[in-house]
Design a protein around this ligand. Sequence first.
Ligand code: NAD
Ligand code: UDP
Length: 317
Amino acid sequence: MSRIIVTGGAGFIGSNLCERLVNDGNDVICLDNFFTGSKDNIRHLIGNSRFELVRHDVTKEFYAEADQIYNLACPASPPSYQYNPIKTIKTSVMGTINMLGLAKRCKARILQASTSEIYGDPKIHPQTEDYWGNVNPIGIRSCYDEGKRCAETLMMDYHRQNNVDIRIVRIFNTYGPKMDKNDGRVVSNFIVQALQNQDITIYGDGSQTRSFCYIDDLVEALIRMQNNKEGFIGPVNLGNPSERSILEFAERIIKLTNSNSKIIHKPLPSDDPTRRRPNISLAKEKLKWEPKIDIDEGLKRTIEYFDNLLKNENNKE
Ligand code: NAD
Ligand code: UDP
């Protein structure tokens, strides 16, 4: 049993992680300011003596005792992180400093949720951890990308200067139950549009690629990384290397939902990466981990989740 802080614990990845950590017998403190997260995601854990929910903004200091920290707080979908870009970069920079300070004081191990976005619009493909990236420092995605790059720098400097026990994971597109249906990411948008027989909105021509990892696979990898006995092994890519175009992805969702939706095209947002696929050799070697859930199975479970959510909402009206 460990005392574990999960920042951003009411969000998509955080709530799935909190559930797993509580079920594994740990004491979990979930910190969240509910910007993109929701109490609904963790409602079933409230009342469990192993789970504490604290409304807290990580840009402010936080004092508690802990053995481990998972630093996940940060809006992750482009529309949410661009809604208040200054707050987004403050969350990554000040939030990470505050959590590193806590880790240093408690001698806790801290895992930072970094992202494939630190590679920007990558010039090498698939992306390996030694690639430094191709990131626009002044664009509309920079508040997120550069915030996350700075968070990695802070982790490294606290490690070198103060000996803090750190872990850095670079998460590639992840999907599954508890994603916010309105947060504008491609998986939730397409599934909700398909279930409601609305037009499927492809940005650009749909030739851009992404590699989608199912949430249960990612949670397993986060826990393996945090508990890896080797100490700091450098940043590690976590994702599913199975890459597909956004157009192919839309067609797959239409088929799996038996939808009558039509595909329409909207303008491609600026700096939208043209391709993205993780090289996960390091995770395979060091964590003995690779994704197990294929895209059709993962999408089936996610479609079922959104279908129930929409039906419940309709019943309430
Ligand atoms: P999410 O938006 O669902 O969750 C983020 C959570 O952080 C929310 O609960 C939100 O309310 C909370 N939060 C935001 N700002 C905060 C603040 N200042 N103080 C306290 N809480 C705050 O996103 P997610 O998909 O669950 O992503 C979780 C983490 O994983 C993020 O750091 C994200 O950058 C990273 N990540 C996610 C993906 C993905 O595909 N889902 C990919 C790469 C990296
Ligand atoms: N996208 C799309 N239609 C949508 C939402 C997103 O075509 O309704 C595209 C988006 O332009 C990007 C890809 O899908 O090329 C993945 O977008 P998402 O916002 O999920 O994540 P990210 O761009 O951060 O990988």
